[in-house]
Write a protein that binds this ligand. Structure first.
Ligand code: MG
Length: 217
């Protein structure tokens, strides 16, 4: 992407909040404990990758995992948002990938160190085009997933989240004021797995559509 274009894209996006361990089956596949409150981490907006752009395989680790996630974009500013009102603050939704360097993440977790190098590296947040939504849209019923080279790898339904989108917004907005353009990656269902150079990954969601990226050297 040209620098100017990247700059514009970054200005449009706010912060990226990511939720870890939000689907029971995925927690079991990585042998993690079930959290008592949402696990939250962040990626800078410069990590975003638009649909169709190539993704360079990171050079600082070797096990690149896909985590397909429903992504909500905040439409209206709020602080201390009650979950009953949370959906009125959602402006748009899409499907994206919380790309993760699993080998490095395991090492960092073992040492009790921050996850940024494994989670918030360059191009770690591909996201599809956002489709506008309002509180009449059935976000909980949305199913979504990803395919690698045409093969289904992950499939999930938003209704299976441990902390619902409303609860996530309530929780996050107690800590940070949410602004229009902020994104929330809401966690991944089971089936995470490796990506190799040359792979094409496609994410898809009900009523959202599908978007794909190629992994290159
Ligand atoms: Mg994730």
């Amino acid at each position: 992407m040209e620098n100017q274009e990247r700059e514009n894209e970054t200005q449009r996006a706010g912060r990226i909040f990511c939720i870890g361990r939000n689907y029971a089956e995925h927690i079991h596949e990585l042998s993690n404990p079930v959290p008592e409150r949402p696990v939250i981490f962040m990626k800078p907006a410069t990590c975003l990758v638009r649909p169709g752009q190539d993704i360079h395989f990171p050079r600082h680790a070797s096990e690149l995992h896909h985590e397909v996630e429903l992504v909500v974009k905040i439409g209206t500013m709020g602080r201390d948002i009650r979950k009953e009102d949370a959906l009125t603050h959602v402006g748009a939704v899409t499907v994206g990938l919380d790309l993760t360097l699993r080998d490095l993440q395991k090492e960092l977790k073992k040492k009790g160190l921050p996850w940024e190098m494994a989670k918030a590296f360059e191009q770690s947040a591909p996201a599809g085009d956002f489709i506008p939504c309002d509180e009449t849209m059935d976000l909980h019923g949305l199913s979504f997933g990803c395919r690698v080279n045409g093969r289904q790898r992950q499939q999930g339904t938003a209704g299976d989240m441990i902390f619902s989108i409303e609860e996530l917004i309530e929780h996050i907005s107690r800590i940070w004021t949410l602004y229009p353009g902020d994104l929330i990656f809401t966690g991944t269902p089971a089936g995470v797995g490796p990506l190799e150079i040359g792979d094409t990954i496609e994410v898809h969601g009900d009523t959202i559509g599908s978007f794909s990226w190629r992994i290159i050297r």
